[in-house]
Structure formats: structure tokens, C-alpha cells
Write a protein that binds this ligand. Structure first.
Ligand SMILES: Nc1nc2c(ncn2[C@@H]2O[C@H](COP(=O)(O)OP(=O)(O)OP(=O)(O)O)[C@@H](O)[C@H]2O)c(=O)[nH]1
Ligand SMILES: [Mg+2]
Length: 257
């Protein structure tokens, strides 16, 4: 049987991410906390990201742009939700999207159909990072006329862990959980659910075909992040989208005022 330490390391490597950056909460680094020097390196990298995020935030504030960071595990429906959301939000709001994937421009191709300006970030050029960092957002903005944007949506790379650790200068964070992923995900990946401002429970059109207990999920989320709004939606059928879009419009409006 694996010792607790080995089990952590085994799982860490087995998840297949390319960890070229230090993770403040990664198991390997945590065990070295008493070691001194490496801790300093971690802090410096995170400080640099935080400084860059603060600069982004100042820039967004100066332009009156609301920025939404959408995160989830791969395939929970981020792009589909955004496609449907953009169709409702535009042209009332001038939207733009930065979408992150390790490879391919498939999501950008889909999102471009909305007519919004879209920039695809492929992180294989940055070492295959499994999250978007603040400096990457700054570089991506060069491809968008930011004077013509009210709402900038960032679709982060599909990953329920790492993106939550990196501030990109956003106003609000949203996590998408689909009912096909299981009720246990908030409890297993609490940081993401603690760090987000709202949750979308997606693919509810599939509930009749699954043994999925919505109430268990809601109770788990309420324990991890009391009071966080949860919208039950189907990006496929459109069910529940109105309440989510009203919430988003209200966030954009309250930033402006
Ligand atoms: N039944 C059903 N399928 C959905 C729904 N939303 C998304 N899907 C399907 O789920 C799959 C993944 O959707 P995407 O929107 O690409 O997911 P994603 O989170 O953007 O994926 P990555 O960007 O790769 O992380 C696609 O086949 C979608 O058609 C939904 O509400 N109901
Ligand atoms: Mg996507």
C-alpha cells in the first residue's frame, strides 16, 4: 500500500497536467515548507502574478469593463454556456472573449460565431500551463479593441484545481459543474468552490437519465461557500438561463454605477 506521501505524489503526476509553475497548494511543495529556499520562490512567482493582476484590474476599472472568469473541469459546458449567453447579452452589452486551451482553436471558432471578438490562448506555447495567468490575459488583450468592450469573459482552461489559484484581475468568478461529474466534486475540490462568486450547475436536461442528487450537491456547496448563488441550467435546452443572465447583467450594471 502507498504511504500517504507517495499516494499524493502518484496522483499528482497521474493527473497528466504539465506543472511547469509552482503551485502553492501542491502536495510536493507543501512537504517542503520547512525547507526554506523553495518557499521564497513560490512567493515571488505568486507575488508577480498578483502584481500583474492588480495592473489588469486597474486597466479594466479605467475602461469600465466588467470581467468574468469562467472555470470548470474539462467538458462541463463552459463554451456551450457562453455561446448561449452571448446570444442573449449581445448587442445590449458589447462582449469580448478570451478563451484558454492547451491546444486547438476549436472553442474560439465556436465562440466567434456570436460575432464577439475572441482571442484563443494556447498554453502549449507557455509550457502547457493548466490555467491562465494574469500576464497571459494582458497579452491576449492586445488582440481586442478594449475601448469597445463592456463585458470581457475569460473561459479558463478546463481544470477544477489550478485556475482557482491565479488571480487574473477579474471582477467575478464563476464555476461550472455539470451533473455528469458527480455530487462529490465540490467536497473534493473545495478551493474552486470557495473562490468563486457563483456556480452554474449545468446539463440538468440529463437528470432524468442519471442517478444524480441535486440536493446533496447544493448542501455540499452551501457548507463550502455559504450563500453562494447556484443557478441550475441546461446550456443545451436553455432551461434556467434567464436567472443566470439576469444575475450577470446585474453584476455588470453594479460595476458601472
Ligand atoms: N446534454 C447536455 N450537453 C451539454 C450541455 N452543455 C454542454 N454540453 C455538451 O458537453 C460537451 C462539452 O461542452 P463544452 O461546452 O465544449 O465544454 P467546455 O467546458 O467548454 O470544455 P473544455 O473547454 O474542453 O474544458 C459538448 O458535447 C456539449 O454539447 C448541456 O446543458 N446539456
Ligand atoms: Mg470550452
Amino acid at each position: 500500500m502507498l504511504t500517504p506521501d507517495k499516494r499524493l505524489i502518484y496522483r499528482h503526476h497521474k493527473d497528466g497536467h504539465n506543472h511547469t509553475h509552482p503551485h502553492p497548494f501542491s502536495p510536493e511543495l507543501e512537504t517542503q515548507r520547512s525547507g526554506g529556499r523553495e518557499i521564497k520562490v513560490v512567493r515571488r512567482v505568486l507575488d508577480a502574478n498578483d502584481m500583474m493582476a492588480a495592473r489588469n484590474r486597474e486597466f479594466f476599472a479605467s475602461k469600465g469593463i466588467f470581467v468574468l472568469n469562467v472555470m470548470s473541469s474539462p467538458g462541463s459546458g463552459k463554451t456551450t454556456i457562453l455561446q448561449r449567453s452571448l446570444a442573449h447579452l449581445m448587442p445590449e452589452l458589447r462582449c469580448a472573449v478570451i478563451v484558454g486551451d492547451i491546444c486547438t482553436t476549436q472553442d474560439a471558432d465556436r465562440l466567434s460565431l456570436s460575432g464577439a471578438p475572441v482571442v484563443q490562448v494556447n498554453t502549449d506555447q507557455f509550457g502547457g500551463d493548466c490555467h491562465l495567468a494574469a500576464h497571459v490575459i494582458e497579452r491576449a488583450m492586445a488582440g481586442i479593441d478594449m475601448d469597445a468592450v463592456d463585458l470581457l469573459i475569460v473561459e479558463n482552461i478546463g481544470n477544477l484545481v489550478c485556475p482557482a489559484e491565479f488571480d487574473i484581475g477579474e471582477d467575478q468568478r464563476v464555476v461550472v459543474l455539470s451533473v455528469t461529474e458527480g455530487e462529490d466534486k465540490p467536497a473534493k475540490y473545495p478551493l474552486m468552490f470557495r473562490e468563486c462568486d457563483a456556480m452554474l450547475l449545468n446539463k440538468i436536461d440529463l437528470l432524468p437519465y442519471l442517478e444524480y442528487d441535486v440536493e446533496t450537491t447544493l448542501q455540499s456547496v452551501a457548507q463550502i461557500h455559504p450563500g453562494m448563488p447556484v443557478f441550475q441550467i441546461s446550456a443545451k435546452s436553455g432551461q434556467g438561463m434567464d436567472a443566470w443572465l439576469d444575475w450577470l447583467r446585474e453584476q455588470v450594471r453594479s460595476k458601472r454605477t
